[in-house]
Design a binder for this molecule. Structure first.
Ligand code: TXA
Ligand code: MG
Length: 353
């Protein structure tokens, strides 16, 4: 199958022939990759079991891992959710549309293929104009995981989607680079207290301010329990070369990275570095530029979040055989950044003394 890539301007998305075509493909049971403000999604008609099965095939995704439904507004939430608890009402008022997925009780109409057999469903209203126009053009909720092959970093550009999905899907809508750069915050609204199952750009602090309180799935903070978002149990977001994540005071990073890079070079390795501007300056001259990825200034968490996946993906096109990444403090958006970097490192984390 040939994969077509069509550029869509955000300003033109409502009236655009490419979006109309994509909507028709979705209604016909086919797959379309599309931009959201978080990462690119791989979409299918959320009420079509057979179309959703195609998503699992194209991604190579384990079938017990449920999909989230992307909706254009409240009416579509009500089509899929059996009820909207008061905490979900508050979160919808504060953060929808936006980078937030709510876990709600599901209606029987939602196929088991989507929910992995759970009695809940994940629902998100993206704010990206192209995503919104596509959902409206399709006229149905769109089931969409991130548009990567299973286990690979989520794509934040159309060219990264193409690398993973070429020949597997008919169409990619290219809406440029995703603003947030990491997947939505997932909040389970089916219990007594809201619980974050996957941290994202809607932070724990923001949720607490609206709800008065908010738990974290214990599996996110090191407890040996099974994560309640099934997808969080897989090694994920991983580049091809093994990566070690360095944590500690920002002021110590540059010297520590210089030391580690020198040691690895002596062993004949080809290190790559994903780190702050400050730390990258510290290793400049030791490594070829292609193996040094500056993810933003220390403390600029939105810049860092938006650069980590493209950074990880870029190393796969180099000869790097070992990666070093710089961690951040875990407050605010830092929690989500560290969640993704920990997973990409497969648990290889070093605390700087
Ligand atoms: O930002 C995002 O959320 C992106 C864009 C495309 O919208 N989508 C995305 O989808 O990240 P995906 O499939 O890669 O991740 C969805 C996560 C998975 O970890 C899945 O296990 C979890 O949501 N999930 C889905 N339905 C669930 C449910 N009913 N209960 C608990 N977790 C659920
Ligand atoms: Mg994913």
């Amino acid at each position: 199958m040939e994969t077509e890539v069509l550029r869509v301007l955000a300003s033109d998305s409502e009236n655009c022939a490419a979006v109309r075509r994509a909507g028709a493909l979705i209604r016909a049971g086919r797959l379309v990759a599309f931009p959201t403000e978080t990462v690119y999604g791989l979409g299918a008609n959320g009420f079509d079991r057979v179309a959703c099965a195609r998503i699992y095939e194209a991604k190579g995704r384990p079938s017990d891992n449920p999909l989230i439904l992307h909706v254009a507004g409240r009416a579509m939430v009500e089509e899929a959710a059996a009820g909207i608890p008061p905490m979900a009402e508050k979160l919808m008022a504060a953060f929808m549309p936006g980078p937030l997925t709510l876990i709600l009780p599901r209606k029987p109409l939602v196929p088991d293929r989507i929910t992995g057999g759970l009695d809940t469903v994940g629902i998100r209203a993206p704010e990206h104009p192209v995503a919104r126009a596509l959902i409206r053009a399709a006229g149905v909720p769109i089931a969409a995981p991130s548009a990567n092959r299973s286990g690979r970093p989520s794509p934040t550009t159309a060219s990264s989607v193409l690398r993973d999905m070429e020949g597997r899907i008919p169409l990619i809508l290219d809406g440029g680079t995703c603003r947030v750069g990491i997947e939505s915050t997932i909040v389970d609204c089916t219990g007594a207290v809201a619980t974050i199952l996957r941290p994202g750009a809607i932070t724990r602090e923001m949720l607490t301010e609206v709800l008065g309180g908010c738990n974290l799935d214990p599996a996110l903070v090191g407890a040996k329990t099974v994560p309640r978002a099934p997808g969080m149990k897989y090694r994920h977001y991983a580049p091809k070369a093994d990566m070690t994540l360095y944590c500690g005071a920002p002021a110590k990073m540059a010297a520590a990275f210089r030391r580690e890079v020198r040691r690895l070079l002596k062993e004949g390795r080809k290190p790559g570095v994903l780190a702050s501007h400050e730390t990258c300056s510290g290793v400049a001259g030791l490594l070829p530029e292609s193996r040094v990825r500056d993810y933003g200034a220390q403390g600029d968490l939105s810049a860092i979040a938006s650069h980590i996946y493209e950074g990880l993906i870029a190393f796969d096109a180099t000869d790097a055989d070992v990666l070093l990444a710089e961690g951040v403090a875990e407050g605010g958006l830092g929690l989500a950044i560290m969640n993704r970097l920990r997973k990409a490192s497969g648990g290889r984390v070093r605390e700087l003394a």
